[in-house]
Design a protein around this ligand. Structure first.
Ligand SMILES: Nc1ncnc2c1ncn2[C@@H]1O[C@H](COP(=O)(O)OP(=O)(O)OP(=O)(O)O)[C@@H](O)[C@H]1O
Length: 248
């Protein structure tokens, strides 16, 4: 599925928040978006998810304009927002309009994909933060979306758990072939996972730079220590810092 944004503008009360955003993503793409706080990253994801209308411009999936939410787009927020009184399996299966046996099979499949099958009967309060995010990701994946929209999905996790989740997400992406658009504050995470990194400037948000990530081989954590990775990370950090100060 292709996702195309053309000249997307968003205003709140006449105040421009995003201005002229363009983006093209093909099937199986993985794009990470970074930018300072308030540059409109979450707003952009909400519009792609169909939860917010655009003020001007267009967002199209396979050439069809987005006019509301749809099952082909899965959205995961920073705090997974699970139903507290439903089990892990019930959370993952919630909203799946399938016959019971098929739904159970689907839930089992995605719980094993995220390594949580043994905790299928647990309640969210019995899980760690990382496990809760895995459930949220499994829930989004269970709808088998063509496009996965991730808004700071690991932002609330400690460094170790976050790194485990980065490796996990990369594996899920490879296994499912989903198109992934991920918003993050973490430049290292963006360079590790993205095949491209988009830097948004702020006030209003614009695409300030789009950098390919030409790193060969598997995206393992050891990659973070290579000179190529460190150079690219520094380049993106300088861009983000520069735009935060009002232009490079
Ligand atoms: N519903 C709304 N009504 C009015 N203004 C809003 C609304 N949602 C967001 N904004 C404004 O739009 C701007 C961009 O917000 P947004 O949350 O998209 O930025 P962000 O880049 O995701 O920030 P952060 O990195 O801090 O999450 C902010 O100035 C915010 O105050």
């Amino acid at each position: 599925m292709t996702l195309v944004l053309r000249d997307v503008v968003k205003e709140y009360g006449g105040r421009p928040v995003l201005d002229g955003i363009g983006l093209e993503m093909g099937r199986g793409d993985f794009v990470c978006m970074v930018g300072t706080s308030g540059s409109g990253k979450s707003t952009l994801l909400s519009m792609i998810a169909g939860l917010e209308p655009v003020t001007a411009g267009s967002i199209e999936l396979d050439g069809v304009p987005v006019r509301g939410p749809g099952p082909e787009r899965g959205l995961v927020f920073q705090s997974g927002a699970l139903f507290p009184f439903r089990t892990v399996a019930e959370n993952v299966g919630f909203g799946l309009r399938l016959p019971a046996a098929e739904r159970a099979r689907r839930v089992e499949w995605y719980l094993s994909e995220v390594g949580l099958l043994p905790l299928a009967g647990a309640l969210p309060k019995e899980l760690s933060g990382g496990q809760r995010q895995r459930v949220a990701i499994a829930r989004a994946l269970a709808c088998e979306p063509s496009v996965l929209l991730l808004d700071e999905p690991f932002g609330a996790l400690d460094v170790q758990t976050k790194e485990d989740m980065q490796v996990f997400l990369h594996q899920v992406w490879q296994d499912t072939g989903a198109t992934v658009l991920m918003v993050t504050h973490d430049v290292e995470e963006a360079v590790l996972l993205g095949r491209r990194v988009i830097v948004l400037s702020s006030g209003p948000g614009r695409v300030a730079a789009e950098l390919p990530v030409p790193l060969d081989g598997p995206r393992r954590l050891a990659l973070k220590r290579t000179p190529e990775f460190l150079a690219l990370r520094a380049q993106v950090e300088d861009l983000v810092r520069g735009y935060a100060r009002g232009g490079v």
